[in-house]
Design a protein around this ligand. Structure first.
Ligand SMILES: [Mg+2]
Length: 202
């Protein structure tokens, strides 16, 4: 084992909250669809999976959505609406700050896309303070596929119990635990703090 474990954070619903209904309202107003139809369409569309798996670029994702819903704006307008859905989760951000102060290396591990990351980088200063970032659209595989977990292990130079991992989705946690990572299902900052105390890192 390394002397110090690295600590891996999921992004969505752990460090930042998101709400596709905000984007759905703005995009719907410039399309032929009702906001409620678009909400389901954006958040669970196979197109989003393709985009976040790196099989669609920002441009081809935009074109596919534009054609599907008759969106009337350009890519810049679409991208502005699509990515403006995030808000900080201060409790977990404070946990992260504390771990950094104790000298732990920390990493971001996210199923995401380049429009979202550009927005989060621009708007949230906390996001700069990590040692590395693994994004599904760059790796070409989403959690819980094994390829993205190996990419994380390679980036940290650690594996197994030298990795502590927080994520809000049970299937992602299970895939980490199956590789020997010390995985915490994130439900609230308070609960995650208790788990980090048990693991001796806080
Ligand atoms: Mg998440």
């Amino acid at each position: 084992m390394h002397s110090q474990p690295a600590i891996i954070f999921d992004l969505g619903k752990v460090l930042v909250d998101f709400d596709y209904s905000i984007a759905a309202k703005k995009i719907a107003a410039r399309s032929e669809k009702a906001p409620e139809d678009l909400h389901a369409f954006l958040g669970s569309s196979p197109l989003l999976v393709d985009y976040e798996s790196g099989r669609l670029t920002r441009q081809t994702f935009y074109e596919a959505i534009r054609n599907a819903i008759s969106f009337r704006g350009d890519l810049a307008e679409f991208g502005g609406y699509f990515a403006d859905i995030f808000s900080e989760m201060p409790g977990t951000i404070a946990l992260h700050t504390e771990l950094r102060q104790r000298g732990f290396k920390t990493f971001i591990f996210s199923n995401t896309n380049d429009l979202a990351i550009e927005h989060v980088q621009r708007d949230f200063p906390f996001f700069k303070n990590f040692d590395g970032y693994i994004y599904s659209y760059e790796v070409g595989a989403m959690k819980p596929l094994p390829e993205i977990y190996s990419a994380m292990e390679k980036m940290c130079g650690r594996n197994g119990a030298d990795l502590i991992y927080l994520d809000d989705r049970a299937e992602n946690i299970a895939a980490g635990a199956a590789r020997g990572w010390r995985a915490i299902l994130h439900e609230s900052p308070e609960k995650s703090r208790q788990e980090l105390v048990k693991l001796g890192v806080l």
